[in-house]
Write a protein that binds this ligand. Structure first.
Ligand code: FO1
Length: 327
């Protein structure tokens, strides 16, 4: 079975670990979000690609869900001693090596997709990991930063990089708009459209619908290829009981005018894209609403407490895909 999965960072990576356990013989292609990528210290950092690669390759810091296990921070401390920042983004020594290799290869002319393949030669994630595009796309968030000197409601309106919004500001101010800068001119990376066209099933893991899956879908050609693939497309809700399972998805959902509920996210994707949607058992009451929107829906446990739980979720998604196919 050929499965294509659109993935962001932690939620996507943990789901993929479960999917691999559920269907060890499947040929899995992961289309990774690169809108979170950031250039720091002259290096290209790809948090979501690395989170998938480290998680599936056994090198992830399990508690954080991102970065390397057994990490040290000597390089960051040395940079800080020179007054070189930013100090709000935690890059460890082991992780730095990945960004150095990536940046060196890209400087030598290799596209990100080829570099990702080379990095995966070491990590052997057991899936084919492809960035959504080889072109530069950067998610920016429009915010109004409170200005201590001005009256309430006033402040400085600016666009910040997604990582600055997420990590430095901890999504503490409303996201007024989310813009995948450069997406409109980006082309799908080699292999992306081919994988979608050759898939037996396409899955949206419980990743952020706006800044992870939404950004991948913003690359011209990808949304259309999925809608036209003619195979079941099944998603898993990242919202359980009206709150994100992890992270701050509600903040960016508000920016696109979508309420933070499992059915609202399904409707946001729409029946033109999505054939099936899994919600958590606590949201069982919304199954009817999702089905009324033309999307087959089931309520099953959606908390990825361990790899077995993620594997059960993956099996449920594949079962729903077969139900949809049979219709
Ligand atoms: N998330 C944080 O909350 N704080 C960090 O300092 C941080 C550093 C970091 C370094 C490398 C990397 O691959 C990921 C990192 N993340 C960090 C996670 C990342 O910012 C986001 O969770 C994802 O981009 C969202 O998918």
């Amino acid at each position: 079975m050929r499965i294509v999965v659109l993935a962001g960072g932690i939620g996507g990576a943990r789901f993929l670990r479960g999917l691999k356990r559920a269907v060890p013989d499947a040929e899995i292609t992961v289309i990774g979000n690169t809108g979170d990528d950031i250039h720091l210290f002259g290096l290209k950092v790809c948090p979501d690609l690395d989170t998938v690669m480290y998680t599936l390759g056994g090198g992830i810091n399990e508690e954080q869900g991102w970065g390397r296990t057994d990490e040290t921070f000597h390089l960051k401390e040395e940079l800080a001693a020179y007054g070189v920042g930013p100090d709000w983004f935690g890059l460890g020594d082991r992780d730095f090596a990945t960004h150095i290799v990536r940046t060196q290869m890209m400087g030598a002319g290799y596209p990100l997709s080829a570099v990702t393949e080379a990095l995966c030669d070491r990590w052997k994630p057991g899936v084919r990991l492809i960035p959504m595009t080889d072109d530069r796309v950067e998610t920016h968030v429009a915010v109004t930063l409170p200005d201590s000197g001005s009256a309430a409601g006033e402040g400085e309106r600016k666009a910040v990089h997604f990582q600055e919004y997420w990590v430095r500001l901890r999504a503490s101010v409303p996201a007024e708009a989310v813009v995948p800068v450069g997406a409109e001119h980006a082309k799908p990376a080699p292999g992306v459209l081919e994988a979608i066209a050759g898939a037996d099933v396409i899955l949206f893991p419980p990743s952020n619908p706006v800044v992870s899956i939404g950004t991948i879908l913003a690359v011209p050609g990808i949304r259309e290829a999925i809608a036209d693939a003619g195979v079941p497309v099944v998603g898993l809700s990242p919202i359980v009981g009206d709150a994100p399972v992890r992270g701050m998805a509600d903040k960016v959902l508000a920016a696109v005018g979508v309420e933070s509920t499992a059915p609202a996210v399904a409707e946001h994707y729409g029946s033109g894209l999505l054939d099936g949607w899994l919600v958590d058992t606590v949201d069982a009451a919304c199954v009817e609403r999702v089905e009324a929107a033309g999307i087959r829906c089931r309520a099953v446990p959606l908390m990825m407490t361990d790899v077995d739980a993620a594997a059960r979720m993956a099996r449920e998604a594949l079962t729903l895909a077969e139900e949809v196919r049979a219709v």
